[in-house]
Design a protein around this ligand. Sequence first.
Ligand code: ZN
Ligand code: ZN
Length: 126
Amino acid sequence: MANCSVCGSRFAEKKCYFCQNHVCTACVVPDDVSGSTTTVKCIACQRKGVKKLSFLAVVKRNKFVLAVLAGFWIFTVFPVPFINLAGYEGDVLISILQPVLIATGLMTIPFILMMIAWQKKAPKQN
Ligand SMILES: [Zn+2]
Ligand SMILES: [Zn+2]
């Protein structure tokens, strides 16, 4: 196990969500101060005033969720080859596409909000 990046203690059981450094429980900002029970924040980040991750860091950290989302999104935005395989064409295609596109647009909104929230707090599974 790595040493605590703040005090050098050997019992660095936690990992800071913001700087990715290992820290001991004594060097973690308490839940009531950080405002979240799922997000681990070290006192070094607290001192520096770090409040959120870069958007890129969030994307990297949630690769799996985003890959699933991207796959689903591609399917709904470009379903033409899939629908062609199923034997539909022309007018049928339009009438299928329209509601799908609207649904996709609506579905994307909560995910964008989630991404913004993830910049400040760790997702539950972390
Ligand atoms: Zn420590
Ligand atoms: Zn940190």
